[in-house]
Design a binder for this molecule. Structure first.
Ligand code: ADP
Ligand code: ZN
Length: 781
């Protein structure tokens, strides 16, 4: 039998190639697909991952590997396949994909287990020795006595703390052979000091029972099942279904992943999962961005070794190295935090679907406001749609009241922050001892400093946005840029015209907080946004105080929009619903609809029903009107029509290419050249593709005027791909870089990705020009 003695390796560097190496006799047993190896590369050595094993290799000048890193392969063949799919789909080299597939702490293999010293009595201790010790070294004797009394080995540090004796004394005992020290790995568990009491399954209502049965059935025959879209209004008991579905998977000897958007990875959520499975030792591993490297190492190995059977985490948890994966849950599947905004620019929900296909497991997408993409997939039958239409205990959906700020403005000049109606509602809640949430998706005090004489705004020198004025201590009384962090002093006079005519315009959460405090001096008002929550503990603390009723009014950004339950909140005020609507982004309407619906879901989760005030200058916009009536299907229909008319997702895939440089001319020229090459490449590949059946929905809905700006600039080839012009990005300048966009749309995304990749790779761009390719983009600025 010939032994395989060559391996193919992807090294951790962007060389866009896989390399063959020979494996010395002695190492072959330890190498498998997914193993990490150290290999010579040029005149250095590099770490890499084994992706194939072969008996032969055609490559010339093959060199042997230097070492095998770690004991077992760290990447399964399925995960490797997933990685290859990500590379092809998201137009990204496999080495870059590896960076997401494996956490850095695992790739580098520099951090190991945390070792601690444990103390136990030495081999033989006789009475005489002890007597001698008592006379000559009483402290050592005292320590030894303490050790002899131990029932089990104890951490050295703990022992010294308990006995108030020092390390020197311990070392002396070790030297005499009376005591032994042993090194043992201990887990760095971020939740080690918390106790969880096991909770049991709740009795499901009929809708929940049906939903759970659907999932159970899918678990039974995953090869015949489609992804399940669980569309359930806020508070309809989706999480309870996830918990019971996971239990069902565990009972079948399988494992499960639960993805949650980072923003809702609150202590509350983690607690709910940890408690439900508290009986199963080490059952739940938690992965999120606040873990230390050491904690991440331990959680990862806990999963990889098979001890943890449920992984709950943000985006990257979709790569958790679980075996026998039975179920992946993607909670709040519409959340844009699932999209990674650096290469590989993957969307965790879509990766979850592909992983489920590869591993033949069940995937459940849950949301109160499914994304248009997922909902459309359910409509056309790719996904199975399961609905929960009732809130638990049949609680009413909150009453939505629209406040037309145009009218309020006429009545009273300063009404823009709190309309009369909202003010009255807050006063009413204060009287009843109920709580209020005020929501505004914009930080800072004043959002710009304008000259009332010449009209100049203070802009960031590095970015094409206005500077925001803050009162917050970190940047107190200064102007700062939310994009690059640049700060500047507030000028006394307008630097442009020299007049003493500067005024503050626009407002953010800081201003809301201070205005509310002025109007309601007795209220305890707190603010929750990225500025006020810089301390890790601040977030938990504020939530705790809000829950226990120490805070009357909570003002915040999207941080408070989601996933939180506060039974005593009966009023939610949306200070300005129009903020997202006017962004040059085809998802602007969808985001506004989702945000309103989610924020509204925060009201009335307890005994009293809730009320939501939506302040807006565009009261008749469909996102606001449909949200007001909790009419998801209606909204979905009109939005789909709009998307189809404009060839936007979900009808076409989009690829956004950004070309940037500190030199405006070079960025522009490179973008234009790239566009020309793309046009040639796409024209060559054009094959006539029939247009899909038009979406047949009632066409009574609005004809948005924003369509005009979004119309394609030029069409390339016979309709297969739509190639936009190279245009300045809406955010023209960011962190000192000028930015140009090229937007391409088409249906055959894999082919389109490949063409784009080939074209970009072939072009020799100037050194200071950076080109990024974003497939299925969410950031269009
Ligand atoms: P969602 O995830 O859809 O927002 P949750 O699962 O968080 O909903 O449920 C909302 C509340 O209702 C939670 O407090 C939960 O404990 C409770 N709940 C869920 N299902 C049931 C049930 N079958 N019986 C009683 N209470 C339930
Ligand atoms: Zn800036």
């Amino acid at each position: 039998m010939t032994k395989p003695s060559y391996i193919r390796v992807i090294i951790d560097r962007a060389i866009h190639r896989e390399l063959d190496y020979a494996v010395p006799e002695g190492l072959m047993d330890r190498v498998g697909i997914g193993s990490r190896v150290r290999v010579p590369f040029r005149d250095k050595s590099a770490l890499g991952t084994v992706v194939a094993i072969a008996e032969q290799s055609e490559a010339k000048g093959i060199r042997p590997i230097e070492a095998v890193v770690g004991e077992a392969p760290i990447l399964s063949e399925q995960l490797l396949e997933l990685g290859r799919w990500i590379g092809a789909y998201y137009c990204c080299p496999i080495e870059t994909v590896m960076r997401s597939l494996l956490p850095q702490v695992i790739r580098r293999a520099e951090i190991g287990w945390k070792k601690q010293l444990f103390v136990q009595p030495g081999g033989k201790i006789d009475v005489e020795d002890l007597e001698k010790l008592r006379r000559r070294a009483p402290r050592q004797a005292e320590l030894l006595d303490a050790i002899l009394r131990l029932e089990s080995p104890i951490r050295a540090a703990e022992l010294l703390r308990r006995t108030s004796l020092d390390n020197q004394t311990l070392r002396a005992l070790v030297k005499r052979g009376l005591v032994e020290l042993r090194e043992e790995a201990v887990l760095r568990d971020p939740h080690a000091d918390e106790q969880f009491i096991a909770t049991s399954n709740l009795t499901l209502n009929p809708e929940q029972t049906d939903a759970l049965n659907e999932i159970r059935q899918a678990l039974h025959s995953p090869e015949n099942s489609r992804p399940i879209l669980l569309h359930g209004v806020t508070g309809s008991g989706k999480t309870e279904i996830y918990l019971q579905a996971i239990r069902a998977a565990l009972d079948r000897g399988q494992t499960a992943i639960v993805l949650v958007p980072e923003i809702s990875l609150t202590p509350q959520t983690v607690e709910r999962f940890k408690s439900r499975f508290a009986n199963v030792q080490d059952a739940v591993a938690v992965l999120h961005s606040h873990l230390s490297e050491g904690e991440r190492h331990d959680e990862w190995h806990k999963i990889h070794s098979g001890r943890a059977r449920i992984v709950i985490g943000a985006r990257s948890a979709v790569f958790a190295p679980l075996k026998k994966l039975g179920l992946i849950v993607v909670d709040e599947e519409h959340e844009t935090t699932y999209k990674q905004e650096e290469a590989p620019r993957y969307h965790a929900r879509d990766v979850a679907i592909v992983r489920a296909r590869i591993e033949k497991c069940v995937v459940v997408l849950g949301s109160a406001t499914p994304s248009l993409e997922s909902y459309n997939n359910a409509v056309i039958g790719k996904y199975r749609l399961v609905m929960l239409t009732q809130r638990i205990d049949e609680k009413q959906m909150p009453l939505m009241r629209i406040v037309d700020l145009r009218q309020e403005r006429r009545k009273e000049k300063a009404a823009a922050i709190l309309s009369e109606k909202l003010r009255a509602a807050i006063a009413d809640r204060m009287e009843k001892g109920e709580q209020t949430i005020l929501f505004l998706n914009r930080r800072g005090f004043s959002t710009s400093l304008l000259c009332s004489n010449c009209g100049e705004a203070r802009n960031c020198p590095n970015c094409s946005v206005a500077l925001t004025f803050h009162r917050h201590p970190a940047v107190a009384g200064r102007l700062s840029c939310h994009l690059c962090g640049h700060t500047a002093a507030v000028p006394k006079k307008c630097p442009a015209c020299g007049q003493d005519a500067l005024i503050y315009a626009g407002f953010g959460t800081e201003k809301v907080e201070s205005t509310v405090s002025q109007i309601f001096p007795k209220a305890v008002v707190r603010r929750m946004d990225a500025d006020s929550m810089t301390r890790k503990e601040a977030y938990r603390e504020t939530l705790r105080n809000f829950r226990t009723g120490k805070i009357d009014i909570l003002v915040g950004t999207q941080m408070i929009a989601k996933g939180l339950h506060f039974p005593n909140v009966t009023l939610v005020g949306i200070i300005n619903a129009d903020l997202a609507l006017h962004l040059p982004d085809f998802r602007a309407g969808e985001r506004t609809f989702q945000l309103l619906t989610q924020v509204a879901g925060r009201a009335g989760r307890g005994e009293t029903s809730g009320e939501v005030f939506v302040q807006t200058y565009t009261p008749f916009s469909p996102s606001i009107q449909f949200a007001r009536h909790h009419d998801f299907a209606g909204y979905f229909q009109q939005e789909l029509e709009f998307r189809e008319r404009c060839d936007f997702p979900p009808f076409k895939h989009a690829i956004l290419i950004t070309v940037r440089s500190a030199h405006e001319g070079r960025a522009k020229l490179s973008a234009e050249t790239l566009r020309r090459r793309l046009k040639e490449a796409l024209a060559n590949s054009a094959e006539a593709v029939p247009k899909p059946e038009a979406y047949s929905a009632a066409s009574s809905a609005l004809k948005p005027s924003r369509l005009r700006n979004l119309r394609p600039a030029a069409k390339a080839g016979p309709q297969e791909f739509i190639l936009g012009d190279a245009t300045p990005a809406p955010l023209e300048k960011l962190q000192g870089q000028f930015r140009f966009h090229i937007l391409i749309r088409g249906e055959a995304i894999m082919r389109l990705s490949r063409r784009v990749r080939e074209t970009v790779d072939k072009l020799p761009f100037p050194e200071d020009v950076t080109v990024t390719v974003d497939v299925d983009p969410y950031q269009l600025l």
